[in-house]
Design a binder for this molecule. Structure first.
Ligand SMILES: N[C@@H](CCC(=O)N[C@@H](CS)C(=O)NCC(=O)O)C(=O)O
Length: 204
């Protein structure tokens, strides 16, 4: 299998972390976003949306980082990151959807304003967008912080896909000025994820 990624992409990172954590034999393929490789015909054949990550498994190409995480787990006998018991799996799914629909997209507002715009020379952060992003991330961070009170991991008693999925947008904690440092439960949990080899071996 091949996993197309870029180390600065938190969406790609949740897929590469999952592969590493599972010990899956995947070939990592670097896609140079700065050079526009993701908009070239060869890549667009894999993902017409022109985004990383993409997993290529024989003649099957899968996009969407959360779907890739689930697929990698489903291919791995005996794995524990994605529980098979009905309600335990539903709870992990709930957090994956929460992340995809709310958290990742709210962090993306601040990442765009503080990081990507500067990288692409698109001017200063827009104060209205920053204010909106900060409000969303603070509200969602508070919800996560309350949920994590007295817990080690987000779902159940063990590390799951929920932890890997939700930690990766936080890799932009400082550069995107994410207003979550005061959430002590979130910060302790993040420290546990950051202690994993799969975290240390991915990202920038
Ligand atoms: N919902 C997608 C989002 C993927 C995505 O936005 N990837 C970004 C990098 S973080 C990308 O490739 N952006 C390039 C572009 O849009 O031109 C997922 O979870 O995989």
């Amino acid at each position: 299998m091949r996993l197309y990624h870029h180390p600065m992409s938190s969406n790609a990172r949740r897929a590469t972390m999952t592969a590493l954590q599972l010990g899956t034999d995947v070939e990592l393929v670097f896609v140079d976003l700065a050079k526009g490789e993701h908009k070239k015909p060869d890549f667009l054949r894999l993902n017409p949306g022109g985004k990383v990550p993409v997993l290529e498994d024989g003649d099957f190409a899968l996009t969407e980082s959360h779907a890739i995480m689930q697929y990698l787990c489903d291919k791995t006998p005996g794995q524990t990151l994605y529980p098979t018991e009905l309600r335990a799996r539903a709870d992990v799914n709930r957090w994956l959807f929460w992340n995809a629909a709310h958290f990742q997209s709210s962090v993306a507002i601040l990442n765009w304003e503080h990081v990507v715009k500067r990288f692409l020379n698109l001017g200063d952060p827009d104060p209205a967008a920053v204010q909106k992003g900060e409000g969303l991330v603070r509200d969602l961070g508070k919800l996560l912080d309350d949920h994590l009170a007295g817990k080690t991991w987000i779902s159940g008693d063990a590390l799951t896909l929920a932890d890997l999925a939700i930690a990766t947008p936080l890799d932009a904690l400082d550069r995107a000025k994410l207003p979550v440092r005061d959430f002590t439960n979130v910060m302790s949990w993040l420290g546990r994820v950051q202690a994993l080899d799969a975290w240390k071996k991915t990202g920038m």
